[in-house]
Design a protein around this ligand. Sequence first.
Ligand SMILES: CC(C)(COP(=O)(O)OP(=O)(O)OC[C@H]1O[C@@H](n2cnc3c(N)ncnc32)[C@H](O)[C@@H]1OP(=O)(O)O)[C@@H](O)C(=O)NCCC(=O)NCCS
Length: 182
Amino acid sequence: MLQGKRVLLRGLELEDLDEIMTHWNDWEVKRFLMLTIPHSRQEEEEFIRSTWRDRQEGKAYIFGIETIQEKKLIGSLGLHNVDWRNRTAEFGIAIWNKQYWEQGLGAEATSLTLKYAFEQLNLNRVELRVFTFNERAKAMYTKVGFQQNGKRRKAVFRDGTYHDEFLMDYLKEEWDKAAKSH
Ligand SMILES: CC(C)(COP(=O)(O)OP(=O)(O)OC[C@H]1O[C@@H](n2cnc3c(N)ncnc32)[C@H](O)[C@@H]1OP(=O)(O)O)[C@@H](O)C(=O)NCCC(=O)NCCS
């Protein structure tokens, strides 16, 4: 368990399925994510099981985001495609329960993951992709310390048109520097 001030990160459990199915297929959430198709309960159950396997095999570290006060699961995040030789991983996050957007919880959960990536897994670089129309996510990543390093032009077809996608990354040396200045 990775403990923050208002949220903690923990492994997903099969008991989380009800909460996941209540929110996960909401188009307002999905339009910001890669996979837009509606998922069934069984697919989500398989997904939860895959997170356990991937973690054991060191392929991906996917966690649920839980509020500490209410003990409510509000979303999930993860380090995907971990490349141990080059010490990189790709970050992704979704707070599926929209009631919890824009309260700083995404930033806290992302910082907790970066701390784990750099200080426990000994990764050197964490990168992510964000659709250019996702202003909220881009603002959150920038606030946490990610830097924009490129753009994939017209990489995403969404709502009937092509959109660009920003590439952002965070290096371990930047994390160390930020930690020293606090
Ligand atoms: C993206 C997401 C994880 C961010 O988490 P969050 O808890 O809502 O974000 P935070 O509250 O920590 O930060 C959001 C910031 O965006 C800013 N923001 C919101 N709307 C904005 C807009 N239209 N333009 C610019 N900034 C905006 C907020 O002011 C806030 O910054 P501040 O704290 O400096 O005021 C969450 O909203 C979410 O899961 N969204 C749906 C799925 C998604 O987009 N996932 C990311 C895919 S790359």
